[in-house]
Structure formats: structure tokens, C-alpha cells
Write a new protein. Structure first.
Length: 198
């Protein structure tokens, strides 16, 4: 009996080996396809300016434009170095190379050092994108007080150069024109004249 059991004991591992299924080779993982960029993504920079254009100064309107309690006071442009700093990521909270200033016409008034009256409540709307060049000026920003704001227009470079050369005291000459949308309100053909500052 022992002689029969011994050969059977040897055969069992061999039979088990024959009966087991071969192991399939490990599958090579397939590299996932790169995620497609969202359709709204753009390779174009949000902030662009022409480094050869020096439009530094304040741009004012002769006609007041009001949006609820808020009136557009000025469109403001910095120097080429201000634009460069902003585009390098140096962005102070209350100053940018291109911003719009609004005054609350229901706020109290005061007088500045030049004897001019101004409203004491105002704010500067900083851009979340802009493009400033000889042929095109665009601005976009948003503020909870007035909503979404866009400006699209262009400079009259010859007029701007002439006004700058003439210096202070020159008659108001249109140097910038464009369309402005504040919230749901849209204004077309707004004209701005140049003021170099005090």
C-alpha cells in the first residue's frame, strides 16, 4: 500500500501543474492622451501693450456719463514702464497702467488744492485684460458696484502728439474715441480729450 501511495504523491503536483492555466503576460499600460485645452483657453496674453506707444495721462470726456450713482471720471494710462511692470506680475491693488475711475455722484463733495470740486467717494476699476496699441485700445474689468465693463476704441495718434507738444492750456481736442459698456448699458462713439496731469 505504501508503495502505491508514494508514486501517487509524486504525480499529484505534476497533475496540478498541468491543470493550472498559464499566466497571461502583464499588459503594457497605454499612456493617456493629453487633456485637450478648454475651448475658451487662449494662448494670447491677457495683457498686451505696444512698448513704443507712450500714452501716459488722463483721458476725460466733456459729457458726463452716469451709470446709476456712478459717473465715469477718467480713463487713465500709465507710462510704458508701468505697462511692463504690470505684465511682469507687479500689480498694486490701487494702481494699474490702464484703469477707469468712477465717482459716486451722491457722495459728499470737497475741494482739491486747485480749487476744483470732486466727490469724496470714488473707485478705480483695474483691468482683468487689456490691449493697448496704436490701432486698438481695449479694456475689460468687473466690479460688484457697476458690473462688467468693457471699452473698445482707438487713438488719434496725430492729435495726441499735437496736444502733447502744445502743452497745458490747449483747447480740448479729441484724441481717443470708442464704445463703452457698463453692465447692460452700452454707449457708442464716446470722445475723450487729453490731460497730462497736474
Amino acid at each position: 500500500m505504501k508503495r502505491l501511495i508514494a508514486p501517487l504523491a509524486l504525480l499529484l503536483p505534476l497533475l496540478a501543474a498541468c491543470d493550472s492555466k498559464p499566466t497571461a503576460p502583464a499588459e503594457t499600460p497605454v499612456a493617456a492622451a493629453p487633456a485637450a485645452a478648454p475651448p475658451e483657453a487662449s494662448t494670447e496674453a491677457a495683457f498686451q501693450h505696444d512698448p513704443n506707444l507712450d500714452a501716459f495721462g488722463y483721458y476725460l470726456t466733456q459729457t458726463p456719463y452716469r451709470f446709476g450713482n456712478w459717473e465715469l471720471k477718467s480713463v487713465n494710462m500709465g507710462s510704458p514702464s508701468d505697462f511692463a511692470s504690470w505684465e511682469e506680475g507687479k500689480r498694486p491693488a490701487n494702481y494699474g497702467p490702464f484703469f477707469l475711475e468712477f465717482e459716486d455722484v451722491t457722495s459728499p463733495t470737497a475741494e482739491n488744492e486747485l480749487g476744483q470740486t470732486y466727490h469724496t467717494v470714488s473707485f478705480r476699476l483695474m483691468p482683468d485684460r487689456y490691449k493697448v496699441g496704436a490701432g486698438q485700445v481695449t479694456f475689460h474689468g468687473t466690479d460688484p458696484r457697476i458690473g462688467e465693463v468693457t471699452f473698445s476704441g482707438g487713438f488719434d495718434l496725430a492729435a495726441l502728439k499735437a496736444v502733447k507738444a502744445a502743452g497745458p492750456g490747449v483747447a480740448a481736442t479729441t484724441v481717443l474715441t470708442g464704445g463703452l459698456r457698463v453692465g447692460a448699458e452700452r454707449l457708442r462713439n464716446i470722445s475723450f480729450f487729453y490731460f497730462a496731469g497736474d
